[in-house]
Design a protein around this ligand. Sequence first.
Ligand code: HAM
Length: 422
Amino acid sequence: MPEQRKPVFMQSLPGFRDFLPDDCARRNYIFTRWREVARRYGFVEWEGPPLEGTELYKKKSGAEIVEQLFNFTDKGAREVALRPELTPTLARVVAAHEREFKKPLKWFSIGQFFRYEKQQRGRLREHFQLNCDIIGENDLAADIELVALSIDLLRAFGLTEKDFVVRISDREFWTDFFREKSVSAERWDDLLQAIDKSAREPREKTAEKLGDLADPVFATLKSGGKSAKLEQLVEGLRARGLADFVAVDVGIVRGLAYYTGIVFEVFDRTGKFRAIAGGGRYDNLISQLSDGSLSLAALGFAMGDVVLGELINEISRAREAMQKAIANDSKIDIYVVIAKEERRADALAQIQQLRDRGYRIDYALTSTKVARQFQAAEDLGARVAVLYGDEWPQVKVKYMTSGEQKLISSEDLLSGVESVVR
Ligand code: HAM
């Protein structure tokens, strides 16, 4: 039935995705690489709840996120929201459990997030993020490590410095700038938001928001701005051979309110897509959320699955690597062909034992023509088909790629399965 003619309850909500098996395979491909690279950097996995008290986000995420909350009053009259991001949860969890862990913490998490955004390319109402955060480390070495991790995460998908760039900036660059121009601290947040949006908004609109600072801010954005800290950061990445992946761009300030220092966003080189990832330092958030009872330096970033998926599809090298990995992963080891129904019980007994040993096995649940069973073996990418029929207690092993066949005893199949499924 065409999507528009379906009754409303049979349609998915705008901005929400159904994950059919192929979509799940692509999602798992992304998650597997995310997890693998985060572990390479010594990060450990954790997770928070998908629903939080609305107040957690109202306190510090900033106006934009609060406007986008999926929130409601629960049956216990609590104001709750589906999580739009992980950082406030992380600050809450760290504040509660900080004593149980040695610093710095290096934590990562993969989960689903919800924002009531206008649905557009690269932006949905649900998405998955990998979050990587370092808690309890002031040194710039942590910022360098984190940017390097964001680069290596994308390299793991076959993407190169020709495909993406990490744009790095420092909020302190701007707060120093405001201080120098004697701008009162109450205006800083609004000014930072205006600079953050400047690349996406008409110049007049930004100029209006910046007021008397419009000319000096535009001049600084044009000249690029310089800072010793940013240079040191780039040098740190150069030492790792990663300098070609980054560019200093003081126009990046990030939309979220809690950042205090280095901030960065990752974009595709063509500038066609929305940000792939973003993050930075938020040294005051834990203290602000814990009402000053605990103060810990913190920094992190999140990478989303939506734009990354679009970029992988766009770049043939990355797309082919994904298709190859998915095809390999979806293959089964053995397809059991039941040629005689009398042998079904024997076949099932062996299937059970082979599955116990970790082999991926499939077979026809009901009586099916032998030719169709072999076709299924091929469709499922089985390395071998094992036929249970007149030869019992011997079984016929057929190698699906070469077509080579041999008869072996069913006992040998079990005892020597490693050499059979070679
Ligand atoms: P963010 O920039 O809001 O940062 O989101 C990070 C990434 O999540 C974005 O670059 C984008 O790829 C993806 N993303 C965000 N919203 C959507 C959406 N509506 N649809 C699809 N993808 C989306 C944060 O969330 C920070 N909490 C990151 C962080 C972690 N900072 C410190 N630690």
